[in-house]
Ligand binder design. Structure first.
Ligand SMILES: *Cc1c(COP(=O)(O)O)cnc(C)c1O
Length: 448
């Protein structure tokens, strides 16, 4: 039995043979609507047949340019050859024993890789889980045991997941929290640095964050400060230079565990193994997920050995955490990142996207800011001449791109950010074509 084959050999082209979504996708959507809970939604209901490089092939034969990577997951591309080979080998050997029952070397090797790749040269250890939210929850568990304190500090515009604790840690109500309370307690929110909106430099913004922690929580009660070095779902917000370092330094001076949630920004996405590196920040704990395993579910907490080892034996784990197939995929993905130097490639993508978008911003005053690092780039859509968010225009732009065969995502607390997260293996020609499409859609929407 053979199905459609994806991977980098798929023709790297945008090709539309039906309207989007096409008839076969619409048929599947009807079947889905009958049985899939409507709380689970899809950005673009084209049903996927195969994917690879920078394209997604749908069941109607359309080939779309992928600027989503399944939300920053398939950084090495879909069906990446090293991932496919290692997964196939592992599946044929064994699929699951549970690491807590009978261990295997893939888990250990992933922890060796991650303790080497995360920032800092201190002694580190790691533990593996299934999802990003689970990693964040476990980072909090570790920080609480290590410090003997309970309070968790998070920031405005934060996104940390959809479980009860991580919903409490996530800032945005709709759609993540609405109606799902009561939420976990002992979670406190402080302002962050959002240069486009607050105009503060890194030191000023850090002073504001620290002041709220001091006055409203008390540093002696704080187990951890959890922060995304580049805020993802909250709007691809890059804190002002110096902000992260100042907050990390405050944490260190006050016995607070500084946790970098690098679930979206890590693993080459921003042109470094971890985005903390751009700010010379060495977090105590790092949460890793999304891009780490080429599309298979795997997550990790990696950090200072003495903190990681604070938890009693049996206190961390889970049935599937560090599943052997997911570990094999991670080892294949990390090999790909090293072999193809995907950090360098992410920097090239940054240069391409930033220059195209900066050009577009000149003709299109609704683009209030172009920002981001590596292949984690966004435009903030505003009412021209103001900083008032225009979410309606952002979603019309995104929908226009979808109709033209470019899969884009929006994000942001105000829903007015259009974000670009291509696979790091997408060729330049495809990225230029996606930017051409965005340019056409932008002018069509504004010249009426
Ligand atoms: C996606 C994300 C999470 C949650 O990860 P899941 O695997 O969806 O649970 C947590 N933090 C950040 C920064 C994320 O981008």
């Amino acid at each position: 039995m053979t199905g459609p084959v994806g991977g980098p050999d798929l023709p790297q082209e945008r090709r539309l043979v039906t309207e989007i979504p096409g008839p076969r996708s619409r048929e599947l959507q009807e079947r889905r609507n009958a049985v899939v809970a409507s709380g689970v939604s899809s950005v673009l209901p084209i049903y996927v047949a195969a994917a690879g490089g920078g394209v997604i092939l749908d069941v109607d034969g359309n080939s779309l340019i992928d600027l989503a990577s399944g939300i920053a997951v398939t950084s090495v591309g879909n069906a990446a050859p090293h991932v496919v080979a290692r997964v196939a080998e592992q599946v044929a050997a064994f699929t699951h024993t549970c690491f807590m029952v009978a261990p295997y070397d893939g888990y250990v090797e992933v922890c060796e890789q991650l303790t080497e790749l995360t920032p800092g040269t201190h002694a580190k250890k790691a533990a593996l889980f299934n999802s990003g939210a689970e990693a964040v929850e476990n980072a909090v568990k570790i920080a609480r045991v290590h410090t003997g304190r309970t309070a968790v500090v998070v920031v405005d515009h934060a996104y940390h997941g959809r479980t009860n604790l991580t919903m409490a840690m996530t800032a945005k109500n709709m759609p993540y929290k609405e109606g799902f309370g009561p939420f976990a307690n002992e979670v406190y929110r402080a302002p962050v640095s959002y240069p486009f909106r607050d105009g503060l430099d890194g030191q000023e913004a850090a002073a504001r964050t620290i002041d709220v922690i001091e006055k409203q929580v008390g540093s002696g009660n704080v187990a951890c400060i959890v922060i995304e070095p580049i805020l993802g779902e909250g709007g691809f917000i890059v804190p002002a230079p110096g902000y992260l370092a100042a907050v990390a330094e405050y944490a260190s001076a006050n016995g607070i565990v500084f946790v970098a949630d690098e679930i979206q920004s890590g693993m080459c996405r921003t042109g470094a193994w971890f985005a903390s590196e751009h700010e010379d920040v060495v977090p105590d704990l790092v949460t890793v997920a999304k891009g780490v395993a080429g599309g298979l579910p795997l997550a990790a907490v990696v950090g200072r050995a003495e903190m990681m080892d604070a938890v009693h034996p049996g206190g961390l784990g889970g049935t599937y955490g560090g599943n052997p197939v997911a570990c094999a995929a991670a080892l294949g993905a990390i090999t790909t990142m090293r072999e193809q130097d995907l950090n360098k490639r992410a920097i090239e993508i940054e240069a391409l996207l930033i220059s195209r978008l900066a050009e577009l911003a000149i003709q299109f005053p609704a683009i209030g800011e172009v920002r981001g690092r590596g292949a984690m780039i966004a435009i903030e859509i505003v009412v021209p001449g103001t900083n008032r968010p225009d979410a309606a225009l952002a979603s019309r732009l995104s929908a226009g791109c979808h109709q033209a065969g470019v899969l884009t995502l929006t994000c942001g607390t105000y829903g007015n950010i259009l974000r670009f997260l291509p696979p790091l293996v997408a060729p330049d020609a495809l990225l230029h074509e996606a930017m051409d499409v965005l340019t056409e859609v932008s002018s069509a929407l504004t010249q009426r």
